[in-house]
Design a protein around this ligand. Structure first.
Ligand code: NDP
Length: 452
């Protein structure tokens, strides 16, 4: 019954969004768990919540005209999907990447709504960005692009409406350019973006938060098995914000980090990357240096290669969506890892997830694992409102508490006869909270017999 209802719902969504494969993938992954929950709660009216949560509130697309260094104008496409604001103002990152599309921001906005629900903070879900690749441009071009982009986006955001942050291709520097320009346009110093530098309203630990939060979550999981990170080997993909701060915290906790990667190849160090080398990598990234160009490291960089060939106890994809496909999953499984930690958003294809499930390898889902970033963004909003700057130690403590709470929610809602299904736990915990809010908002009636 629940299965056929789910099939009908998924079919409807597929008809509405036939050209959005990544969005449909994200909805499919959540759908099974929600069907299970609705069936076990005997509340068919909750299907109406699924309808609401799988339909974005608003899709915004705009043209971005900006001036190149040679004086000619270029044109890019900007997007913002304001997915759902049941729990609070829209909140979610901006991504600048050549492949950016409505489909990509639909999947990210849908996931963000669930993720933000898990943090316990009053934030709705959104995502956006542009099909602009900062790697192809000079610093001046990036700055002018950011100014042109925020000039258009400014009409749609605000501290009580929608508060973007960074994501792939958008870090503290790009946020700085956009924040300054928004301030110039509005003549108001408002907390309209998070991920700002701490010197002008950013939160301490925001840059580190996604990576640190992921490691706190992983530690909490290991603790349930009386294990720790000490001596564990780790394979990471990516060499950006999430990868570097995940690696930093893993090393700090006694784990051995063997790899990092970027879109052109993989860096491998059999002895393990050191804390000092991570600092070198963080400094080089701030100067927009590519992984292959960085000197003073001990390992080897291999072009066109990926990290999945290297065996480790813990596999942490930290780069992008669907980076672990069927072939990568096969490679990973040959080395019998203990756990896959989804630090990037939706890094595993549906098929890869099935392979891990069949092989009984635990997967910690992205919407729980990487929620630390948006959680500290939520704390940045609170600090901006109060015109306060909390100390790093205070923010870090709050981050740890939030990650512990998310872990507990996953355990509570994901308990199985043999252990914990973290993916199910995260999906159901988020859905449960959202349905309660939708019900109190009058959007669904849980006393209804059926919503079919
Ligand atoms: P960055 O732009 O800082 O780094 C991205 C890294 O991934 C770079 O090393 C990049 O390599 C690599 N990468 C990007 N696309 C591809 C690709 N198609 N194939 C291989 N490598 C690729 O981004 P973040 O670290 O901020 O984000 C990484 C992931 O984490 C994303 O999924 C993001 O949505 C998610 N996330 C980020 C948060 C944050 O706070 N920043 C919060 C929550 C989730 P190259 O430079 O060569 O492109």
């Amino acid at each position: 019954m629940a299965k056929s209802q789910l099939d009908r719902k998924l079919q409807q969504i597929e008809q509405h969004y036939p050209n959005s494969p990544q969005f449909l993938q994200a909805v499919h992954e959540v759908g099974d768990d929600i069907a299970h929950f609705i069936h076990s709660e005997e509340q068919p009216a909750l299907w109406r919540a699924f309808d609401v949560l799988a339909e974005p509130d608003r899709i915004i697309q705009f043209r971005v005209d900006w001036e190149r260094d040679d004086g000619r104008y270029a044109c890019n496409r900007g997007f913002r999907i304001q997915f759902n604001n049941t729990l609070g103002p829209y909140k979610g990152g901006l991504r600048f990447h050549s492949d950016a599309s409505i489909d990509e921001f639909m999947f990210l906005g849908f996931e963000q709504t669930f993720k933000n629900s898990l943090t316990g903070l009053p934030m709705g879900g959104a995502k956006g960005g542009a099909d602009f690749d900062p790697k192809q441009h000079s610093e001046n071009e990036i700055r002018r692009f950011c100014q042109a982009f925020i000039t258009q986006l400014a009409h749609h955001i605000g501290p009580d409406r929608d508060i973007p942050a960074g994501d792939i291709g958008v870090g503290v520097r790009e946020i700085g350019y956009m924040f300054h320009h928004y301030k110039t346009l509005s003549n108001q110093f408002k907390g309209v973006l998070t991920g700002k530098h701490p010197t002008f309203g950013g939160s301490c630990i925001r840059e580190e938060a996604t990576g640190y939060g992921a490691v706190y979550f992983l530690q909490d999981m290991l603790q349930t098995k009386d294990e720790s990170l000490q001596g564990k080997t780790c394979v990471l993909s990516g060499a950006g914000n999430v990868a570097l701060f995940t690696a930093k915290k893993l090393i700090d906790k006694g784990a051995k980090v063997l790899t990092l990667s970027d879109s052109q190849g993989v860096y491998y160090d059999a002895d393990g990357i050191t804390a000092e080398q991570i600092e070198t990598l963080i400094a080089a990234r701030a100067k927009r240096q590519r992984l292959a160009e960085i000197t003073g490291l001990n390992g080897d960089y291999s072009k066109q290669e990926k990290p999945w060939q290297f065996g480790a106890d813990i596999v942490l994809p930290c780069a992008t969506q669907n980076e672990i496909d069927q072939t990568a999953a096969e490679q990973i499984l040959q080395n019998t890892p203990q756990v896959i930690v989804e630090c990037a958003n939706m890094p595993c294809t549906e098929q890869a997830l099935q392979q891990f499930q069949q092989a009984d390898v635990m997967v910690l889902p992205s919407k729980a694992v990487n929620a630390g970033g948006v959680a500290v963004s939520g704390l940045e909003i609170s600090q901006n409102r109060a015109r306060l700057s909390w100390q790093a130690s205070h923010v870090d403590e709050r981050l740890q508490t939030i990650m512990q709470d998310i872990h507990q929610q996953c355990v509570r809602f994901g308990k199985t006869k043999t252990g914990v299904d973290y993916q199910r736990g995260a999906n159901i915990a988020a859905f449960n909270k959202l349905t309660q809010a939708l019900s109190y908002s009058g959007l669904i009636d849980t006393t209804e017999e059926s919503s079919a």
